[in-house]
Write a protein that binds this ligand. Structure first.
Ligand code: NAG
Ligand code: NAG
Ligand code: NAG
Ligand code: NAG
Ligand code: NAG
Ligand code: NAG
Ligand code: NAG
Ligand code: NAG
Ligand code: NAG
Length: 490
């Protein structure tokens, strides 16, 4: 009894932190293509690939409506053309918020607004009103009573960090000191985050062979090619980590508390012109898939190991109408018909049937065995999933694989606890699917063939529903539990 109450308390405590824990990979959606799918088709493609976070470069109202009730988290943008007017006019800001935010929340899950895109690099003359624009938008959100769920920030390019390596000595270009001071003050005051566009592709290409390509592609470095910051002695396994740390250190040079960084753009082109020989399918496939693995690992860069490195891949579709070198039109991970350009897995297979209702939670293909085992133990233990069907001799025991058993346990937990906010995550080892995973006499919970009927969520104790439980920090929960049990025994 006492133990159950403690468990409920620990889960609750943990639930309240979970929004800040755990990395996610989202995707940018540029729309400069000749055969852009309809908003409904775009949403179907997102769902079939289990994409959970997107960034739009504008606030296209048709797409925002099509995204309603999907749960997909949306970052909308104020375009660079709109920043000046919104910076000069609170009324223009209020009108923008009414048209593009108030009209769509909460059914469309808009969680942030990116104000402009690389304003300091692209339209430096607008810099003096950039933070005013953010403040005007924030005031309009406050007046509409939706400021808590929607964060405001502005994507900044690595261009304004002239010497990113070594990260420990990186600083912003001093030209922008006034704007950066205002920006950081605003982000702290509104509990928002710093948006960074960071492309190891350009860092690598512009370094003229100083860095090995493995470093840019998150591949292992040979012992003689380790990249170490001489001041901190931190080892940098990837240029992506180093870029994020360069931004953390540039922010730190302005003093004050740490502001979490979200990488709003990163990616690698899969085709390029004659002088863009590193823009290949092979490199793009390695970069994006390794990025996903890196982010899902949940650790931050060396200077901020506990702050996950959330990132948005650039980009969903190839934008064939963009000007410039061929690489600019070749960042897409999908063709406009929804098939992937190369093997690319944000979730599971891209061929899942699209179905708006229902949904199952299964182990992610290729998930790390240790994390799957932790997830399975958690689901069948504290998660209170009914794991009897995967015991030896029971219908779901065969095939006797960790992936199969974890899928059954994850799904049973998810079906029971979804209504009280549980997510299908399990440290990034789980994904949702619309395809019923049942086979033979092994019927997954929630299947229309299921006879188990009533899915009553088990009680976790007197404190009420545990909210957004997402068993990401399994080791932490277990160590808390062990400590607690130890104390009780003593
Ligand atoms: C929107 O996203 C937030 C953050 O992940 C989540 O807590 C919330 O439940 C989502 N809302 C809906 C309606 O899906
Ligand atoms: C800093 O930015 C200014 C204005 O864009 C530019 O002229 C200058 O060259 C930059 N300095 C460095 C060191 O990159
Ligand atoms: C700009 O800010 C940096 C970091 O705080 C500081 O070291 C530098 O002296 C400032 N430069 C100017 C010209 O104010
Ligand atoms: C940050 O703090 C250091 C040490 O107190 C000080 O020398 C420096 O001027 C401060 N920088 C800014 C931008 O306030
Ligand atoms: C997570 O990534 C960091 C940095 O690359 C690495 O040091 C660490 O070993 C990784 N952890 C796991 C569990 O893969
Ligand atoms: C999708 O589009 C690509 C590029 O145009 C094409 O190569 C591929 O065959 C198409 N796939 C389907 C299933 O139509
Ligand atoms: C979607 O799923 C629901 C419930 O699981 C089912 O009733 C419906 O027929 C499915 N729709 C399609 C198009 O498969
Ligand atoms: C667990 O599932 C089995 C079928 O696999 C069922 O017979 C049993 O009643 C279930 N137990 C609970 C507590 O729901
Ligand atoms: C459900 O049962 C029907 C009839 O036994 C069968 O045809 C169908 O394939 C089953 N569906 C699943 C998902 O197992």
């Amino acid at each position: 009894m006492r133990f159950e109450m403690l468990l409920g308390y620990i889960l609750l405590m943990y639930g309240s932190f979970s929004a800040a824990l755990g990395g996610y990979v989202g995707i940018n959606i540029g729309t400069d293509l000749s055969d852009l799918p309809s908003p409904e088709q775009v949403v179907a493609i997102l769902r079939s690939h289990q994409i959970t976070h997107i960034r739009l470069f504008d606030a296209d109202n048709h797409l925002l409506s099509a995204l309603s009730d999907t749960g997909i988290e949306v970052m909308v943008s104020v375009t660079n053309e709109e920043v000046l007017r919104i910076g000069q006019s609170p009324a223009a800001a209020a009108s923008w918020i009414n048209r593009n935010i108030v009209a769509f929340v909460p059914s469309t899950n808009i969680t942030s607004i990116a104000v402009g895109s690389e304003v300091l690099s692209v339209i430096p003359n607008v810099a003096p009103v950039l933070v005013s624009a953010m403040q005007n938008l924030h005031k309009a959100l406050v007046s509409s009573n939706i400021n808590n769920g929607v964060k405001i920030s502005t994507p900044v390019s690595m261009d304004i960090i002239p010497k990113p390596f070594p990260p420990s000595t990186a600083t912003f270009n001093a030209t922008w000191n006034t704007t950066i001071t205002e920006l950081l003050t605003f982000l702290r005051r509104t509990n928002s985050f710093f948006m960074l566009n960071a492309y190891p592709y350009y860092g690598y290409v512009q370094s003229n062979g100083i860095f090995p390509i493995e470093y840019a592609l998150f591949q292992p470095l040979s012992p003689v090619k380790q990249i170490v910051d001489p001041n901190t002695l931190f080892h940098y396994d990837s240029m992506f980590d180093a870029m994020v740390d360069a931004a953390y250190n540039s922010i730190a040079a302005f003093n004050g508390s740490v502001i979490p960084i979200v990488v709003t753009e990163t990616g690698w082109p899969w085709a390029g012109g004659a002088n863009e020989r590193d823009a290949t399918v092979d490199n793009a496939e390695k970069f994006n898939n390794n990025l996903i693995k890196r982010v899902m690992n949940d650790s931050g860069p060396p200077s901020q190991p506990t702050v996950p490195m959330n990132a948005y891949i650039y980009e969903l579709f190839n934008e064939d109408k963009k000007p410039g070198p061929l690489s600019e039109r070749s960042y897409g991970v999908y063709f406009s018909n929804g098939t992937s350009v190369y093997t690319f897995n944000l979730g599971t297979s891209g061929d899942a049937t699209v179905n708006a209702s229902g949904g199952f939670c299964v182990a992610r293909k290729g998930a790390d065995a240790g994390s799957l085992q932790d997830g399975l133990n958690w689901a069948c233990g504290p998660g209170q999933a009914n794991c009897s069907a995967i015991q030896s001799g029971q219908p779901c025991f065969m095939p006797d694989t960790l992936e199969n058993h974890a899928s059954f346990a994850y799904n049973d937990y998810y079906q029971r606890m979804r209504s009280v906010g549980a997510t299908c995550d399990f440290s990034g080892t789980a994904v949702t699917t619309m395809v019923d995973p049942s086979y033979g006499s092994c019927i997954f919970t929630g299947s229309t063939n299921s006879s188990s009927g009533g899915l009553v969520p088990p009680a976790f104790g007197p404190e009420g529903p545990p909210g957004n439980i997402s068993p990401r920090q399994l080791p932490k929960i277990w160590s808390l539990l062990l400590v607690t049990v130890g104390l009780l025994v003593l």
